[in-house]
Design a protein around this ligand. Sequence first.
Ligand code: 13P
Ligand code: SF4
Length: 335
Amino acid sequence: MQALSNSNSTKSDANRVRALSDEIRALKSRLNAVILAHNYQVPEIQDLADFVGDSLGLSQQAAKTAADVIVFCGVHFMAETAKILNPAKTVVLPDKDAGCSLEESCPPDQLRALQQTNPNFYTIAYINCSAAVKAISDVICTSGNAVQIVNAAPPDRDILFVPDENLGAWVSELTGRKMTLWKGNCYAHVEFQRDGILALRERFPDAKIVVHPECLREVRDIADEVCSTEKMIKYCTANPARRFIIVTESGILHRLRKECPGKEFIAPPIYDPMRMPTDRCRCSECKYMKLNTLEKLRDCMLNLSPRVELSPEIIERARIPIQRMLEITAKSSSR
Ligand code: 13P
Ligand code: SF4
């Protein structure tokens, strides 16, 4: 009886996903829309999107789209970036509350105050920040191009890296450039702990450890590879290993399993001190990324809301460091 009701609910869920997906596809062609989705989105959204990728790939796609409407399935700062690159287009997102702890950690007035303490600062802002912070930064970077962006910074300037201290420390190690680091972090990535991952590797000694640079240094230090989510896909595809421990938000596992059939991907558990001892273990999910659902995606296309709206001054100023990032990235990848 139990098995029958489980299989009925799986069937009705599959029907729900199919019906919603058909509705979204019809809306997409009616609106001449493009759906861009981050690697952390739920599988149903990834499967429907025109492009799934990391922050760098998504901003490159946003910069060249010919669509009239951009539907951004990610978090708010990503949709803002798409709007800054396309001021005349309509940019909508499924949930306007999809924020980011890094963005929250860096209010523009506090950044401005720090910048005023040293006129020689050259501000490199990780893309995980608000449009207002981008507008007062010299250049933007993502985890996929941070090394190139730091290497391209004028050698006589003092780098101020905001808002992720972990990404900043990693890129400082790789480039040898000293920098002042803003004290922000990703609340989800700093929950990964070295001991838990080492215990997993003891169980699976053949597994490669792949870590996002937003993780703590103690975790980065035991990695076989530290990279952006898109580079994780490339690394796992090319590497002959059959098993990988993937230390980032668990949404990435969907693409990894699809694009690397026959390989095994393991999400390390994280430990939540707020929970009872019997229920301490869970996989890492970004609560903001996971606010987006197929229903909300359909609704934002039906209503063309919530929409990203920014003032023309912010758009004009924030566009400069984003364009600079895209140009530096294009130049270094054509070399
Ligand atoms: P990527 O650009 O590597 O996908 O990272 C985005 C992000 O928000 C990581 O938490
Ligand atoms: Fe922000 Fe972390 Fe979520 Fe990425 S995973 S969007 S950095 S809170």
